[in-house]
Design a protein around this ligand. Sequence first.
Ligand code: MN
Ligand code: MN
Length: 323
Amino acid sequence: MALSDAAREVDDAFTRPDKRGASFENAFGGALSFMRRTYTKDLRGVDLAITGVPFDQAVTHRPGTRFGPRAIREASTLQPCDPPFGWDIDPLTDFDLIDYGDVAFDYGDTRSFPGALTAHIRGILGAGAGSVALGGDHYVTYPILKAYAEKFGPVSLLQFDAHPDTWPDDDPNRIDHGTMFYKAVKEGIIDVAHSVQVGIRTVVEDNLGVPTLYAPDVHASPEAAIAKIKEILGDRPTYLTFDIDALDPAFAPGTGTPVSGGLSSAQAFMMLRALKGINMVGGDVVEVSPPYDTTGATAIAGAHMAMELCCLFCWNLREKRNV
Ligand code: MN
Ligand code: MN
């Protein structure tokens, strides 16, 4: 396909002839899919499935992240006619990426949601693909992690966030976007010693031994932070969760619990690109809340971040296939 196709192509989400290749249709028209990928429930031959999790019933403060997947998909239409900047691979051309649509769940039966999401991700992993999920509030990472732990055993968690999300919560029925990693640690689905939280700037009394790089640590030396992250993760299977509030509210105001003093988008992208080579097996971008995203900047940051996660995943896949 070429730029001239914008004159006649529309709805690449449903009409593109194969899964690979750039998309040149008009970015302002057509049905939405992430990066204009094929929108399908067919996982055969798929390397990476992008999936939406429009759930925001676990928030402590401002809601709205149920609209996150749509907003990120829309913002992603600005990108798919060029290879990603700063990488020498192009996941869109060299790998089979699809948009797997959103997880289905009963909004009125919140307690059935975690199981539905774990089963949704289990289906993707069982088909041999990886997943990059578009949130949704951060609670969604916990049911996703359960599916990853079934396949990989306890995974290393690489978490970019203003908050550790390890506040104590021993009630198995509570669904809370600030306590799910406490539960994940207690259940042993995270490899605590080889996990790391980055950008933290809120206080939790007991972080359960999870290695932490606070926001001031990153500001003092992003290079030292990158080296530390690589040292902690090694080559262990790593799940990367990016809470968009890791970014400063100047760069990502559209989120439920913004905290000043965060990472710039430039710092975050620089760090992720420097982490190429980690054994990244899946990830998510969460907490994009369009009702508070008055300029759309948060959705744009989220769409770029999701694409960075695709690049990290595909980089790792390429290294594994070359072995
Ligand atoms: Mn979080
Ligand atoms: Mn957060």
